[in-house]
Design a protein around this ligand. Structure first.
Ligand code: BDR
Ligand code: CA
Length: 312
């Protein structure tokens, strides 16, 4: 089997953690390392959390590199109100012994892209795009070596989740998002329009808990915790499992439907800061720069996730 080499850039976050476990459990993927960024919680916590999750997945072999502790040119905004003070509230995982790699995330990303054959490595950002933009600033030549960026971020038909206009990851670092979306690298984006279909219903959580494993118990407990915020906010059964959609698309793109569109990121207006302006109907005639996912086979998605978690 030819495996897909990938780097995950993340700000765990319960849904980031579940995405990491899904990737670690999937033999089709060759996870080359994990980089961390400030987002849901500050960088020290996202780095600690990534190490805890990789140990839970039995992947002590992977480098974990810490990156940006703040966005490029605005103050950091975090989301403890969603994820809890630790970022991973819901489960107490043991303190990790997996060390932090001394390389900066952006340098590590550049190094991997230069070491690997051009056009082979996929980048999967699950948080604000600061580290990806920094890597492209430090080494513009590596843009042409990236196979694809598959990211969670944005929203258009669903609106935003941190302001009426903006989704959290793009809101936190709009300038970084703008630089990534204008980089010329092929992009697939999983915006709120698709992730709001990946809802953690009670029966889906029960199926994961029934795995009876440490990973299954942790994921079920995270989902229970995570749900309390979104259920209250949206009045629906279950919370959206945003970040695992990125990994699921790599594994089973047939679960998703979308189209190629022009996407621009608002960097000037305070009212719509970080908004992803998706030209779904081709109104501008501007060239497409991203594949925008919009529909999900949610039952297929949860069947895949549950089956993979059962391998850990
Ligand atoms: C995104 O923001 C974070 O809260 C989640 O981890 C996800 O990456 C959803 O807007
Ligand atoms: Ca995230």
């Amino acid at each position: 089997m030819t495996r897909i080499p990938l780097l995950i850039d993340t700000d765990p976050g319960q849904d980031d953690a579940i995405a990491l476990l899904l990737a670690a459990a999937s033999p089709e993927l060759e996870l080359l390392g994990v980089t961390t960024v400030a987002g849901n919680v500050p960088l020290a916590l996202t780095t600690l959390n990534a190490r805890k999750v990789l140990e839970l997945a039995g992947r002590r072999d992977l480098p974990v590199c810490a990156g940006a502790d703040r966005p490029l040119d605005v103050p950091l905004v975090t989301a403890e109100h969603v994820h809890g003070d630790t970022g991973l509230d819901g489960v107490d995982l043991p303190a990790p012994t997996l060390p932090v790699d001394p390389r900066h995330a952006a340098d590590f990303i550049v190094q991997v892209l230069r070491e690997r054959a051009p056009g082979t490595v996929t980048l999967c950002p699950l948080g604000p795009l600061t580290n990806i933009a920094l890597a492209l600033r430090r080494a513009p030549d590596v843009a042409a070596r990236i196979r694809r960026i598959v990211l969670m971020g944005g929203g258009f038909f669903e609106g935003g989740n941190v302001t009426p206009a903006a989704e959290f990851n793009l809101y936190v670092d709009p300038q970084a998002a703008h630089e990534v979306f204008t980089s010329g690298v092929p992009i697939t984006m999983a915006p709120l329009d698709v992730t709001h279909q990946a809802l953690t219903r009670a029966d889906r959580i029960a199926a994961i808990r029934a795995l009876g494993s440490r990973a299954g118990d942790a994921v079920a407990a995270w989902m229970d915790f995570y749900e309390r915020y979104d259920e209250q906010k949206y009045g629906q059964d279950g919370a959206p499992l945003h970040d695992p959609c990125v990994i699921a698309w790599l594994l089973a793109p047939e679960l998703f439907q979308g189209r190629d569109c022009n996407v621009r990121i608002e960097v000037q207006s305070p009212l719509t800061r970080g908004m992803s302006v998706i030209d779904w109907w081709g109104a501008t005639g501007l060239p497409a720069n991203a594949q925008v996912l919009r529909h999900l086979d949610a039952d297929g998605f949860f069947a895949l996730l549950t089956e993979r978690l059962g391998r850990l």
